[in-house]
Design a protein around this ligand. Structure first.
Ligand code: HPA
Length: 275
């Protein structure tokens, strides 16, 4: 094993011992989902600044804490906040937490984010099950990767696990949230898009646009971790709404959608069959 993988393995195993909870399932909380962290019956938590190799998110609303405990009686680890590519971190750095989770024993991963709605009828406060993605970040988390397992030609035909997706659909019905399925298109940011870009993305088949998640999905699939993902639609994408797109609006929608997001994820965790 190469040195980065050795360090990642050691950190994962050390955290698993320290947490006292063997995690099969982990959740990454993006904007709009942070309040879920408060529902976890916590056994242990640690900020990213104390975890070697974890970048501390610098953007307001993206604090970084690993929370270990139980949700709906299910052992769970929650990564509250993520570092983004647009902050200047490498792809390797932003996906390191996924490698640590896998080393700790995580086999099922739910990724969450905020996204701009492109498809007609996708309004702020709605949620979207990500069924597939388009990577327009301009780079790839496995480019030049020295991590195991090699080779890096990961199959993404079914990147998003259909059984987990079905569990999300059921959870959405029980939680009574506005629910859609669709394709998430990832850009690098940090600016929001132009209206012309959004029209182009629409023609490409995108239903929502955001600046995260896709690198994590790819690395999780390299590690054979099952993936589900949900977007909280935080705003109409550029040119589709009344005004401009702002980070303030993204954060405000996230705060308003917090209770629904918590219900949705709690119902999902209840339904998940852990492999
Ligand atoms: N574009 C890109 N990323 C986003 C958006 C958006 O409109 N909303 C939230 N994240």
């Amino acid at each position: 094993m190469n040195r980065p993988d050795t360090l990642i393995g050691q950190l994962g195993r050390r955290l698993a011992r320290r947490a006292g909870v063997a995690p099969k399932i982990a959740i990454v909380l993006g904007s709009g989902f942070k309040s879920l962290g408060e529902s976890v019956a916590k056994t242990f938590s640690v900020t990213y600044s104390r975890l070697p190799g974890f970048a501390k998110p610098s953007v307001p609303g993206h604090e970084g804490t690993l929370i270990c405990g139980h949700l709906a009686g299910v052992p769970i680890w929650v990564l509250s906040g993520r570092a983004h590519f647009y902050e200047g971190h490498s792809m390797d750095t932003i996906t390191r937490p996924i490698r640590v989770l896998a080393a700790a024993g995580v086999t099922t991963l739910l990724l969450t984010n905020a996204a701009g709605g492109i498809r007609k009828g996708f309004s702020p406060g709605h949620f979207m099950r990500i069924t597939d993605h388009i990577n327009l970040m301009g780079t790839h988390p496995l480019r030049g990767s020295q991590h195991q397992p090699a080779p890096p030609f990961v199959d993404l035909t079914q990147a998003y696990d259909s059984a987990l997706g079905d569990a999300l659909d059921q959870a959405a019905r029980t939680a009574r949230v506005h629910w859609h399925q669709g394709v998430y298109l990832a850009v690098s940011g940090p600016s929001y898009e132009t209206p012309a870009e959004i029209q182009a993305f629409k023609r490409l088949g995108a239903d929502a646009v955001g600046m995260s998640t896709v690198p994590e999905v790819i690395v999780a699939r390299q590690l054979r971790v099952r993936v589900a993902a949900v977007s909280c639609i935080s705003n109409a994408a550029a040119g589709l709404g009344k005004g401009q797109v702002s980070h303030q609006e993204v954060l405000e929608t996230g705060r308003r959608a917090g209770a629904e997001a918590t219900r949705l994820i709690t119902e999902f965790v209840r339904r998940v069959r852990l492999g």
